[in-house]
Design a protein around this ligand. Structure first.
Ligand code: F6R
Length: 619
């Protein structure tokens, strides 16, 4: 995520950029910065924290009277959210200023190249590398002063994802922008130009917007805009924006929750694309990019037990993680509610690996449980979304989910990303410990790389799920059942239903039915059963028959090629997934959509359910 704003040819440019950054804070808000050309170099202001913290630095008006500026609000990926890592990043010679959204995969190689030229760095960011590379090109005799050529030469060397806006100190009337994989919009006004991560900061000034395509470069001055590809100008179409700024923040979705549900294919695909390499030779081992968690292999040896600490949705991800970790690493693994763990006098020793799983990184109980584990000498790592958050600072290494901010209070994209993150760690540990067969490891990595398409196929059932939501929206209660990894999914489905639609819901292991919950079944009780083909399928069919015999209404999440189950149940949601982990991730999506639509039909405040907060920083 991260938000970019740059303007040229606009009196009051500094104020306009700051206002644009505030409107982009929904994309990230851990640090912010702004720069403008001044006397052949850059005036640069950056602050850890929100745009409001940057405002304070500019309160005495140092930027008054500028016509061009470049700014950024950050969601950290490389390096903690401190001032030196905030953007804009300047080049070693101070001539180039860059703001960036995305991750440069080959930044280590590019950095080594710059180090050989004696260039020193002042931040931990991949963005500073980009600024220095552009500056080096900009200084070459053959391209001297040609910012466009310098940018084009540089982006051709970048691997990964980026949206970039760039200025040169000696050309205050020019902004160059480039994108691959991260969004970027150009606003065209009368006598001014803008670049931003989306149309939100542009709309108050002009409604004429060009959305850049991958590998395009935009050259923007106060009176012109050229779009280029492969170093040549190309034709482009201008869109007349009719939506409000609020609608634009939600990318056209009615709610952040729905937007975040729909982000899942991209979040997971990017996670694996950035972290997994599968060499083409059939007998070659997959390579794991342990960015953030690059601990020595020995760290993952000699482990007697794995304990996963979490609360709420994150705990459900840990329950799925238990199955994955045990099968792959052969180490006994236990999900634990952090709140219970910390007050239970748990038996711990240095051979225990603790994995804290958390979106916010601030959940009070998880934080204190982690501290307890550290005091007992355990190894502690984290799976987290918010870079630099309290829990990440306690851990020896962090697997960052890189989902971008999750604004809907109900966790959606972070849940599937947590499962994926635990799976990644399990596979890597299995590889280190040689507890997984090499060809099996290759097969699983291959599967993971195809996750985006499978999730898109699940999202294609959204209309069908909406109709089911309408059918069941007036239920007073809901039961969710599953077995194996379907059990935590059932618990998560029930939690989502409760928190956004306020319908009472319970999630159970289907094997528990006969031990109590079956007493609740009657014609008024909808029961969602996760009934994918697999080891426990026949048992699940047995459970379904028991429910039908008591007149319960059954909705089954079933394998897309299951032609029989429709005869048994009232409604079917097909899932296009085959292997175990894919099933868990793919199943989460219809559960999220069902709760979402039920909540919308019932008129609930989906993004801010009553009585809930996004991070629970109290006990
Ligand atoms: C439910 C939800 C909560 C969180 C829980 C832990 O949708 O969001 O149950 O999962 O409060 O929060 P994190 O992951 O921030 O530690």
């Amino acid at each position: 995520m991260c938000g970019i704003v740059a303007v040229v040819g606009m009196p009051g440019a500094v104020g306009i950029v700051l206002e644009g950054l505030r409107s982009l804070e929904y994309r990230g808000y851990d640090s912010a910065g702004i720069a403008w050309p001044e006397d052949g170099s850059f005036a640069l202001y950056r602050a850890a924290g929100r745009v409001a913290d940057l405002d304070k630095l500019l309160a005495d008006g140092p930027g008054d009277g500028r016509e061009a500026a470049i700014g950024h609000t950050r969601w950290a990926t490389h390096g903690p959210p401190v001032e030196k890592n905030a953007h804009p990043q300047l080049s070693h010679d101070g001539v180039i200023s860059v703001v960036h959204n995305g991750i440069i995969d080959n930044f280590a190689t590019l950095r080594d190249d710059l180090v050989r030229d004696g260039i020193e760095f002042h931040s931990d960011t991949d963005t500073e590398i980009v600024a220095c590379l552009i500056a080096r090109e900009y200084a070459k005799p053959e391209t001297a002063g040609d910012l466009v050529a310098a940018v084009e030469a540089t982006v051709n060397r970048l691997e990964g994802t980026f949206a970039l806006a760039i200025m040169a100190a000696d050309q205050p009337g020019l902004v160059v922008a480039a994108r691959r994989g991260s969004p970027l919009a150009v606003g065209l006004g009368a006598g001014f130009g803008m670049v931003a991560s989306d149309a939100v900061p542009i709309i108050p000034h002009t409604r004429r917007v060009v959305f850049l395509d991958d590998d395009q470069v935009a050259v923007i001055t106060s009176g012109s805009c050229e779009i280029r590809k492969d170093s040549r100008p190309v034709d482009y179409a201008c869109t007349e924006i009719t939506w409000s700024a609020e609608a634009a923040q939600k990318d056209g979705y009615d709610h952040f929750m729905r937007k975040e549900i729909y982000e899942q294919p991209t979040v997971l695909e990017n996670m694996f694309r950035n972290r997994l390499r599968l060499p083409p030779a059939v007998d070659a081992d997959p390579e794991f990019v342990m960015d953030g968690i690059d601990l020595p292999d020995d760290y993952f040896k000699g482990i007697s037990r794995i304990v996963m600490l979490a609360q709420g949705t994150a705990y459900h991800a840990c329950m799925v993680g238990r199955n994955i970790l045990e099968r792959t690493t052969k180490i006994p693994s236990y999900p634990e509610y952090a709140a219970d763990f910390r007050y239970r006098d748990p038996i711990l020793d240095p051979s225990v690996l603790v994995i804290a799983v958390t979106q916010s990184g601030e959940t009070m109980d998880t934080l204190h449980a982690v501290r307890l584990a550290r005091e007992a000498g355990c190894k502690v790592i984290a799976v987290a979304n918010v870079v630099g958050s309290s829990i990440t600072r306690e851990a020896a290494g962090v697997f960052y989910l890189n989902c971008g901010p999750e604004i809907g209070v109900a966790s959606t994209k972070a849940f599937t990303a947590m499962i994926a993150g635990l799976y990644f760690l399990a596979l890597r540990m299995g590889q280190i410990r040689e507890s997984i067969d090499r060809s099996e490891l290759r097969r699983r990595v291959h599967d993971l790389l195809g996750i985006g398409h499978r999730l898109q196929a699940v999202l294609a059932t959204d209309n069908h799920i909406r109709k089911l939501a309408k059918k069941y929206m007036n239920a007073a209660n809901f039961l969710f059942l599953g077995r194996g990894t379907g059990w935590p999914l059932a618990m998560e489905g029930a939690l989502k239903m409760k928190e956004v639609s306020y319908i009472h819901a319970e999630g159970y292991d289907a094997a528990e039915m006969k031990h109590g919950p079956i007493a609740l079944i009657d014609e008024n009780m909808p029961v969602l059963v996760i009934a994918l083909k697999g080891r426990r399928y026949d048992k699940l069919l047995g459970n379904i028959q028991e429910i039908k015999a008591r007149k319960g209404k059954v909705i089954a999440i079933a394998s897309h090629d299951d032609t029989e189950i429709g005869k048994l149940v009232d409604d079917v949601i097909p899932i296009y997934a085959e292997s175990g982990i894919m099933n868990s991730i793919c199943c989460a999506v219809p559960l999220q959509l069902l709760s979402y639509h039920v909540a919308v039909f019932r008129g609930c405040d989906v993004d801010k359910p009553k009585n809930l907060a996004k991070s629970v920083t109290v006990e």
